[in-house]
Design a protein around this ligand. Structure first.
Ligand SMILES: Cc1ncc(COP(=O)(O)O)c(C=O)c1O
Length: 364
């Protein structure tokens, strides 16, 4: 028996359980043709080849330095900001934790919504900060209730826009009005991991509010549209003063050079990006039609996944689809016990999912 005294806040944390991998399912069930439609990865795979990355792998004995790559300039140019307004992280997950490190402590409070990405609560727990998870209204953020939840100790409001797992976005005017009334000493973290998939004209990136509201912080990722989830690279865009604080807590070599170069190369894969976006639209329409024909309620999405309600538990759906070699996300941990989240796949994958879902429903 040890007598170590771990931090109290850490004791309440349950380790993150990632979605099942294709390899795990192949091994467990002995099925060869397994597809993963669970973690909102790019169904076309990784756009960067091993040959393109070979020179950087050969330089793998040197410590990385993202500022020696064109990435800062490229990302700053894309968003029309200065390089001092950008910082990279080992996935946007790391940036969320860095935000926790600069804003949160046992004396502070943070706010996020029910039915959202689990990382916000995780960051609060690691930092020992108190937090409020504000109930949604018809699955959407209740921004009024979020405003009411602000108190003197509140330091951060985390909002995924579009949200995971609902795929809903906060419309431009609503976001603008919200930012007008949030006290300027509260950071509004807009997690835009799925922003590139948005088709609604009603969307505005938080970056467009930065000048008026320097308390806005935007996070983005290369894991979704750009197909680089395994490389772990994302970035934050914010006011220079905020980025300067994030650099203080950043691990010196947090982003590896191969990931940084993969991101540089991925930004240039215009045909891949176009194909991904077109496929997402096509897949979305196909899956909507399947759900409608099957009488299933779903939430129209602005991302690369769809949240669909079922007449039985998400757990049962997950397990049954798994037996057919299809991995989806059971949304029980998001407090949506009768729902699953399906990542929009390639045409053949969507069709396979559609057929499997129909057979599941007919079995009752
Ligand atoms: C809303 C949201 N934010 C952030 C992330 C994490 O992305 P990254 O791979 O950049 O850490 C995810 C991943 O699923 C997500 O859904």
């Amino acid at each position: 028996m040890h007598r170590l005294k771990f931090r109290k806040s850490v004791q309440s944390i349950k380790p993150y359980i990632p979605g099942k991998s294709i390899e795990e399912v192949v091994k467990e069930l002995g099925i060869q043709d397994v597809i993963k439609m669970a973690s909102n990865e790019n169904p076309f795979g990784c756009p960067v080849s091993a040959e393109e990355l070979a020179p950087y792998i050969q330089r793998g004995s040197y410590y990385p330095n993202v500022s020696t790559t064109p990435l800062y300039t490229q990302v700053a140019d894309i968003h029309g900001v200065s390089e001092k307004q950008v910082v990279f992280g080992n996935g946007s997950d790391e940036l969320l934790m860095m935000l926790g490190q600069v804003f949160l402590s046992p004396e502070t409070h943070a706010i996020f919504s029910q039915h959202t990405f689990s990382e916000y609560e995780f960051v609060c727990r690691v930092m020992g900060s108190s937090f409020t998870s504000v109930p949604t209204r018809d699955h959407a953020y209740d921004l009024q209730a979020i405003l009411y939840a602000i108190r003197a100790e509140t330091r951060v409001i985390f909002l995924a826009n579009p949200n995971n797992p609902t795929g809903l976005l906060v419309p431009r005017q609503t976001l603008s009005a919200f930012l007008e009334v949030v006290p300027d000493w509260v950071a509004v973290v807009l997690d835009e991991a799925y922003a590139e998939f948005v088709t609604s004209h009603d969307f505005a990136t938080g970056i467009s509010f930065l000048e008026k509201h320097p308390n806005v912080i935007v996070t983005r990722t290369f894991s979704k549209l750009y197909g680089l989830a395994a490389f772990r690279i994302g970035y934050a865009v914010a006011a220079e003063a905020v980025i300067a604080q994030l650099h203080k807590v950043r691990q010196p070599f947090n982003v590896n050079q191969i990931a940084a170069m993969a991101a540089v190369l991925a930004l240039d894969k215009k045909a891949f990006i176009q194909r991904t976006l077109e496929n997402n639209e096509m897949g979305k329409r196909y899956l909507y039609s399947i759900f409608e024909k099957s009488g299933l309620d779903y939430i129209p999405t602005e991302a690369n996944f769809i949240c669909v309600q079922l007449p039985f538990s998400g757990k049962l759906a997950f397990e049954s689809l798994l037996k057919l070699g299809i991995i989806v996300r059971n949304l029980a941990s998001f407090e949506l016990p009768n729902a699953i989240r399906i990542t929009i796949g390639l045409t053949a994958q969507n069709e396979r999912l559609g057929t499997a879902l129909k057979s599941l429903l007919s079995r009752g």
